[in-house]
Design a protein around this ligand. Structure first.
Ligand SMILES: *[C@@H]1O[C@H](CO)[C@@H](O)[C@H](O)[C@H]1NC(C)=O
Length: 214
């Protein structure tokens, strides 16, 4: 009797968690879109406490999409204004360039962004191409891209971040499977790995089990 009772409680708890979580695989993957800005310590924290660990564990099931734009304003004269001033604008442009050059290589994109959001935070704090170099990008091409802004890379990032920023109004913003959901964003800032693990465990074909609630 006592055992049955326990099973019942556990089942309710798991069911409750699934409902709150609501995260599911789409075509075998979970897409995670992350709006970043280089000068933001909350973005650093997301990488250091959530994203790097989650990616290391479950990369084969993840589709990452970084949008380095944050609260950038594109002024009428073509210049940008950014939340953390000129270094933020410069580094975000560099991130857009590097991610574009690494298109189709998610591991390299993740490696690159992790480098930028790990001390010494080379681009934002030191105006350095160190992370671009670390992933093997041609620095001449990188520099050319950084210094010739105002193109489709900027337009795409501005457009992509418009609705999530209007709704979530936080950097970094986190969107799963292209569905903007503020509670999911809030949870992901502190328990991303658990959310991904439980979503994967719900699909037996992933072989993922043993999820922990963090
Ligand atoms: C899950 O395990 C089965 C049996 O060991 C294996 O055939 C399959 O490739 C595994 N799937 C994944 C996604 O690792």
């Amino acid at each position: 009797m006592a055992t049955k009772h326990l099973v019942f409680i556990a089942a309710c708890f798991l069911l409750g968690l699934t409902q709150v979580n609501g995260l599911q695989l789409v075509n075998g993957k979970i897409k995670i879109t992350i709006g970043t800005t280089s000068g933001c310590v909350d973005t650093v924290s997301l990488f250091q406490t959530q994203l790097i660990e989650t990616y290391n564990e479950y990369s084969e099931f993840l589709e990452l999409d970084f949008v380095p734009w944050g609260r950038t304003l594109w002024n009428a004269d073509g210049s940008f204004s950014c939340q953390f001033q000129e270094p933020d604008c410069w580094a975000n442009r560099l991130h857009r360039c590097a991610l574009d050059m690494l298109k189709g290589n998610q591991d390299a994109q993740m490696h690159y962004m992790s480098c930028e959001f790990t001390q010494p935070r080379p681009s934002f704090l030191h105006t350095s191409y160190q992370c671009a170099q670390a992933v093997g990008l041609n620095l001449i091409d990188v520099d050319y891209c950084v210094n010739n802004n105002g193109d489709d890379l900027d337009r795409a990032a501005q457009l992509a971040s418009q609705v999530p920023m209007a709704t979530i109004n936080f950097v970094p913003y986190i969107v799963f499977n292209d569905v903007i959901d503020v509670p999911a964003h809030v949870q992901a800032r502190s328990r991303l790995k658990s959310m991904v693990c439980f979503a994967l465990a719900a699909d037996p074909s992933t072989n993922v089990s043993g999820c922990e609630i963090e």
